[in-house]
Write a protein that binds this ligand. Structure first.
Ligand code: ATR
Length: 286
């Protein structure tokens, strides 16, 4: 086909993910399928960026005409001061996983928390009024609690090994209608019977420590919703034991897919083909 300079024919979209390491990222497979399905010419590439080169990489992406990129470990916090603008999601989560480049300006977003909560909602229904217990008080917990507050859950109890870290996290998130509490693992026995949704954000149970679980099975109330952010393995010991107790379980793969779906929509303005993206990620695992 002949190429023209017709104003409605745009240059191919350049997208990618910056991380260190990056070789095993499933994002390129997921986003290239999405671009193809949406009939958008473009490409999403893995970008191996060392921490000492992050600033140059951002300048480089601008210079090369990228429309945006994802950032992953270890750049999610460091990139914040390198961007022209931050969305409220990035400020509230204290981290960026998605950068949009428009008119030569960079804007950082965080789609991890809203991505997770969207996948939880798809699997379990409305979240407003629910009583939620979150295990862990790190960066992942912060993004998720930010998104849960937007859904108007009734209460969030943050359970952490180091109680002071749970309190620090809750102080960052004040000012909503949701009741916020901190607790230790010793208090789980008292708090779980009241819980509608239990969410693990710690790395306990992640490959290769697949025999580990953050909660003793006997403490999990029958029939509640139990969710794990971990997606390697797809079914953690926590989820397996919860399922055996008649719980509805939600794994972490949906979070990965939906954080990508939101990023795709920010970059392209086009609805993300979510189920195709989901199967592309599953295939990339096998
Ligand atoms: P992320 O960004 O993945 O959330 P992080 O910020 O390092 O990672 O936070 C890790 C979280 O997992 C913390 O809440 C940590 O508990 P502490 O604050 O007490 O360290 C929790 N965590 C990690 N390993 C754990 C373990 N073996 N048992 C219980 N909690 C653990």
């Amino acid at each position: 086909m002949m190429m023209t300079n017709h104003p409605h024919i745009h240059a191919p979209l350049l997208l990618g993910v910056m991380g260190d390491p990056i070789a095993h990222s499933k994002s390129p497979a997921m986003h290239n399928i999405a671009l193809e399905a949406a009939a958008l010419p473009g490409m999403y590439v893995p970008l191996h960026v060392k921490p000492e080169h992050l600033a140059e990489a951002v300048t480089g992406a601008l210079a090369l005409g990228f429309s945006g990129f994802n950032v992953t470990i270890p750049h999610k916090v460091a990139i914040m001061e390198l961007l022209d603008e931050l969305d409220e999601s990035a400020v509230q989560c204290g981290a960026v996983n998605t950068v949009v480049i428009r008119d030569g300006r960079t804007k950082g977003y965080n789609t991890d928390g809203i991505g997770y909560v969207r996948s939880l909602k798809e699997e379990t229904g409305e979240l407003s009024g629910k009583i939620v217990t979150v295990l862990g008080a790190g960066g992942a917990a912060r993004g998720i609690i930010y998104a849960l507050l937007k859904e108007k859950v009734a209460s969030v109890t943050v359970v952490n090994r180091t109680l002071s870290k749970a309190d620090e996290l809750l102080n960052l998130l004040n000012g909503s209608q949701t009741t916020l509490k901190s607790a230790t693992y010793d208090e789980l026995q008292a708090c779980l019977p009241e819980t509608d949704i239990l969410i693990n954000t710690t790395s306990v149970g992640m490959h290769p420590d697949v025999d580990a679980t953050p909660v003793e099975a006997a403490l999990i109330p029958e029939g509640i919703i139990v969710s794990d952010l971990i997606y390697n393995p797809l079914e953690t010991r926590l989820l397996r034991e919860a399922k055996a107790r008649g719980c509805k379980v939600v794994g972490g793969l949906g979070m990965f897919v939906y954080q990508g779906a939101y990023a795709f929509e920010y970059w392209t303005g086009v609805d993300a083909p979510v189920s195709l993206m989901h199967s592309a990620v599953l295939e990339a695992f096998n």
